[in-house]
Design a protein around this ligand. Structure first.
Ligand SMILES: Cc1cc2nc3c(=O)[nH]c(=O)nc-3n(C[C@H](O)[C@H](O)[C@H](O)COP(=O)(O)OP(=O)(O)OC[C@H]3O[C@@H](n4cnc5c(N)ncnc54)[C@H](O)[C@@H]3O)c2cc1C
Length: 457
């Protein structure tokens, strides 16, 4: 580790770039995926190598600065102000290796999920990606990682086999079950609080057959469809992960014509089975005669765009979640009375992700986020056209969550907590205490600023 005295010295020493306020390219360097997040750090480091990461981390403390690692900025809205911080953007650390025989992937920490899903799918394999193709593998996985195959294979964090990172003293480390097992445990679901990750290795899963798609109806039929979906769920094997959704789709060209500008109630699902078995499982929902039916036998890569998440930066967004313990008819009624047809709700999407299965069963050797202890994740979102719109969306979410309070577990999920949140709600009390101990040991001076910070004791 070298010592440096000024940011200008550090700039000279990097293979990559260090961009300072006023430098050409400053605004592009500090931009996040959420374009409305106005990040104003002391400097932006764009490392080209893991050695660059070590140089930045090693220098920061001496300069009186903190370090915030970021891959894409999908979650930038949850970061505290960055004025005393070097924003360490790892997006330049690229490269994905797939070992198909060993069913393993290695992803440099600048990788987004599409970088993994494409080559994995070509080999008949899948990683535990979520709904978005361009979320960073690092931030998503460190925070837990709830994806399309979660009910069968669990949270992505618990399929990680090794992590390479630079810790507060500027030292590159490789941690796994045998080396620094406590730090390895903390990183898997405990988030990016313990160091700057430079690469992750994780298991891939064979996907010989996959049947996936959407069923959708005009949203006036939500009172019929959502209860039918909820009744259908207990009959499903863990091979099926599904989402019930209310949508007011914006009329934008990126959206397929059948959905564009429509108000819909929908069921999306990924089924690890052949077409005949999938069609058999879907029978009760197809009996409701959906207007749109996109289910088909698809390769795992198709899951990257199944949810129709944007695959590039967005101007901004409102989004909040709750973890629900149950979804009885009264909860569906409350949801529809607040945000369904005829309510004037400004929200573009309200989704209920079914949890359970492997998401509820701690795997042997699991990390800090072993499970999500809830039956459903409710997420409401919208892309506001301006401040008034934004306030209306936030207000509607407030009313919705109030109406659903009886079913709220009180727990929260790091990855869906868009604004700074109290991390005590993410973990059981003993897990939280253990995370604080690891933080105190590896980063006693709190060099690393992460979303939803865990204080050192
Ligand atoms: C459109 C959309 C869809 C999503 N879908 C899902 C989903 O299906 N399932 C799910 O679980 N989540 C989902 N998320 C949430 C997403 O997983 C989190 O926002 C996650 O933090 C994004 O990771 P990132 O690296 O892209 O974001 P960033 O904003 O770059 O990083 C978020 C945080 O992760 C940590 N981090 C990132 N890179 C590093 C690094 N190299 N070293 C150390 N720490 C690092 C830091 O604490 C950072 O502040 C979605 C988010 C969006 C916007």
């Amino acid at each position: 580790m070298f010592r440096t005295t000024t940011l200008d010295d550090l700039k000279e020493r990097l293979t990559g770039r260090l961009v300072l306020p006023g430098d050409p390219g400053w605004d592009a360097a500090r931009a996040a995926w959420m374009l409305d997040v106005d990040q104003r750090p002391a400097a932006v480091a764009l490392p080209a190598t893991a050695a660059d990461v070590a140089a930045v981390v090693g220098a920061a403390g001496g300069l009186g600065l903190r370090v915030a690692a970021q891959t894409t900025g999908h979650h930038a809205s949850a970061l505290a102000p960055l004025h005393d911080t070097i924003l360490l953007k790892t997006s330049g650390l690229t490269g994905v290796e797939i070992d198909a025989a060993a069913r393993q992937a290695r992803a440099a920490s600048g990788s987004v999920w599409l970088d993994v899903s494409r080559p994995a799918s070509a080999a008949g394999l899948a990683g535990l990606a979520g709904s978005s193709p361009d979320v960073g593998v690092a931030g998503y996985t460190l925070g837990g990682g709830l994806g399309w195959l979660a009910r069968r294979h669990g949270l992505a964090a618990n399929s990680v086999t090794a992590i390479e990172l630079v810790t507060a003293e500027g030292r590159p480390r490789r941690v796994d079950h045998r080396h620094d097992p406590e730090l390895f445990w903390a990183l898997r679901g405990g988030g990016g609080r313990f160091g700057a990750v430079t690469a992750l290795e994780f298991r891939l899963y064979p996907v010989p057959e996959l049947y996936a798609g959407w069923l959708a109806w005009p949203w006036e039929r939500a009172r019929e469809v959502l209860p039918a979906w909820a009744e259908w769920l207990p009959s499903l094997p863990d091979e099926v992960t599904s989402i019930g959704r209310l949508l007011q789709v914006p009329p934008i060209p990126e959206i397929p014509a059948a959905f564009r500008g429509r108000q819909l109630v929908a069921v999306e699902a990924a089924m690890l089975c052949d077409q005949d078995s999938g069609a058999g499982l879907l029978r009760p929902l197809r009996a409701l005669r959906p207007e749109i039916d996109t289910f088909a036998a698809v390769p795992p890569l198709a899951l990257s765009h199944l949810h129709m998440d944007p695959d590039g930066p967005v101007p901004g967004g409102v989004g909040q979640h709750r973890l629900l313990g149950d979804l009885p008819a009264a909860a569906i009624d409350a949801l529809l009375e607040t945000a369904g047809p005829g309510t004037g709700s400004p929200l573009h999407s309200i989704e209920l992700r079914q949890l359970g299965g492997a998401v509820a069963r701690p795997a042997p050797g699991a990390g800090a986020l072993a499970t999500l202890d809830a039956a459903f994740m409710l997420f409401g979102a919208g892309i506001p056209g301006g401040p008034e719109d934004e306030a209306a969306m936030e207000a509607r979410l407030g009313v919705l969550f109030e109406r659903l309070q009886a079913w709220d577990t009180g727990r929260r999920y790091n990855n869906f907590a868009k604004e700074p949140d109290d991390p005590r709600a993410f973990f059981p009390a003993d897990t939280y205490r253990r995370l604080r101990r690891v933080k105190a040991e590896v980063d006693p001076d709190d060099l690393f600023l992460a979303i939803h910070p865990i204080p050192t004791p």
